[in-house]
Write a protein that binds this ligand. Structure first.
Ligand SMILES: Nc1ncnc2c1ncn2[C@@H]1O[C@H](COP(=O)(O)OP(=O)(O)O)[C@@H](O)[C@H]1O
Ligand SMILES: [Mg+2]
Length: 401
């Protein structure tokens, strides 16, 4: 019996297209002898679709035509299994299109990777690949993530964070605190965007107000941090769960601008955008990264510690900032569902993409088994206890005196 793998992809996010590319790469690699793919496409409007046309990346060039070939669906748990249903229900014929055993969410960015999809899959009662709600949320939130990592002794750059509202109320106080606490040059970022959106370098105190106001257009929370000098960026992927993790070889992504831009990340530096199908995998990079073995070991260790501290599961990519003169490394961020699922890093580590996905399914099933051992609710109905509704609700907030 094949495992029915529900691939949930797309989503209401600026990184929608990147998720579609990652998905097409994953669909090619999935072992079709072992898994039946049930594609569930989440449109930019949040509508769910299924259909074979979703398996072909070329179809995405004409969205209207593609969606006409697909079926609108709802995914529901009816107490027996998780089913994919046609919506609206057809007047004739079956409403149930398929069932799903394990979910494989491939979504990036806000409204998806931030715990939204994890929560949705939890509610459906489906085992799923990737971190649970809290870890996903922490992973997307640059400020909360830094607080947790700093508290746990993981090296992060010195930073200062605040709500835009607080800045509007007393901007001078906030700028003074930043100037007192941090050493220039600084980097100003929105608290929860991705893909370098809203990020600016601040070279002098005179520029601070302007750069903060720029970042405030993208988020209601702002992070100002010290800029790492002689910057070398190093990324390392981690697979596993709380009990067991494995780190990949490290890569060194290149950047053409001061800040690695969206175009650099996803179009391989091309400004024309004609290489969109290549996605993350062709971004210019050095693989493995050109760093001494001890640095590599240190980064791989920190990457696994970060993954575990944030309670991650599945595959993540931890991005580091390194001062190439002093050798000091800092964890910059984690991607809990990394672009291309970091398959190129795992291939370079000796694990095929097919094997990576196979292991991810096993990790998801194992977490589900472990979770089922915990107590989340009682089968007993307290309303049915002796005394009935009157006596049974003693002490409950709904009881009336
Ligand atoms: N503290 C820093 N020092 C130096 N460069 C930084 C710093 N923070 C970010 N950058 C640069 O900006 C890029 C984007 O910032 P990052 O925090 O990774 O945001 P995003 O989620 O948009 O990728 C980084 O890849 C790096 O090139
Ligand atoms: Mg980044």
């Amino acid at each position: 019996m094949k495992i029915k793998l529900g691939v949930f992809f797309g989503g209401k996010s600026v990184e929608h297209e990147i998720a579609v590319i990652t998905t097409s790469q994953a669909l090619e690699a999935i072992n079709k002898e072992k898994y039946e793919i049930v594609p569930i496409y989440i449109s930019k409007k949040g509508v769910l679709y299924t259909g074979d046309a979703l398996l072909d990346l070329q179809e995405f060039k004409d969205m209207d035509a593609l969606l006409k070939k697909c079926t609108k669906v709802a995914v529901v748990n009816d107490g027996e299994s998780v089913k994919v249903l046609k919506v609206p229900a057809p007047a004739f014929g079956k409403q149930v299109i398929n069932t799903i055993d394990v979910a494989f969410p491939i979504v990036h960015g806000t409204n998806c990777e931030d715990g939204t999809v994890a929560g949705y899959l939890n509610l459906l009662g489906l085992p799923f690949i990737g971190p649970d709600v809290v870890s996903s949320g922490l992973g997307m939130d640059k400020i909360f993530m830094k607080k947790v990592l700093k508290e746990s002794g993981i090296p992060v750059v010195n930073y200062y964070s605040f709500y835009s509202e607080e800045y509007v109320n007393d901007e001078e106080k906030i700028r003074k605190e930043i100037n007192d606490k941090l050493k220039y040059p600084l980097i100003c970022k929105p608290g929860n965007t991705g893909s370098s959106v809203g990020i600016k370098k601040v070279s002098t105190p005179e520029e601070l107000a302007e750069k903060i106001e720029y970042s405030m257009q993208f988020s209601d929370r702002i992070l100002v941090e010290e800029c790492v000098q002689n910057l070398k960026e190093i990324n390392c992927s981690v697979m596993g769960n709380l009990n067991e993790t494995e780190a990949s070889v490290c890569e060194e992504p290149y950047f053409s601008d001061e800040i690695l831009s969206y175009t650099d990340k996803y179009m391989g530096g091309s400004k024309t955008g004609d290489s969109e199908e290549k996605g993350m995998q062709v971004s210019d990079k050095k693989l493995p990264a050109d760093i001494p073995d001890e640095k590599r070991d240190e980064i791989q260790h920190l990457a696994q510690e970060t993954f575990k501290l944030l309670g991650c599961s599945g595959v993540g990519r931890i991005d580091f900032l390194m001062d190439s003169k002093t050798g000091k490394v800092y964890v910059n961020e984690i991607n809990t569902i990394p672009g291309a699922l970091s398959y190129y890093l795992w291939e370079a580590t000796g694990k095929s993409f097919e094997k990576e996905i196979d292991e991810l399914v096993q990790i998801a099933l194992r977490r589900d088994r472990d979770k089922n051992k915990l107590t989340f609710s009682y089968d007993q109905n307290i309303f049915a206890l002796s005394g009935g509704a009157k006596g049974g609700t003693k002490g409950s907030k709904v009881s009336k005196k």
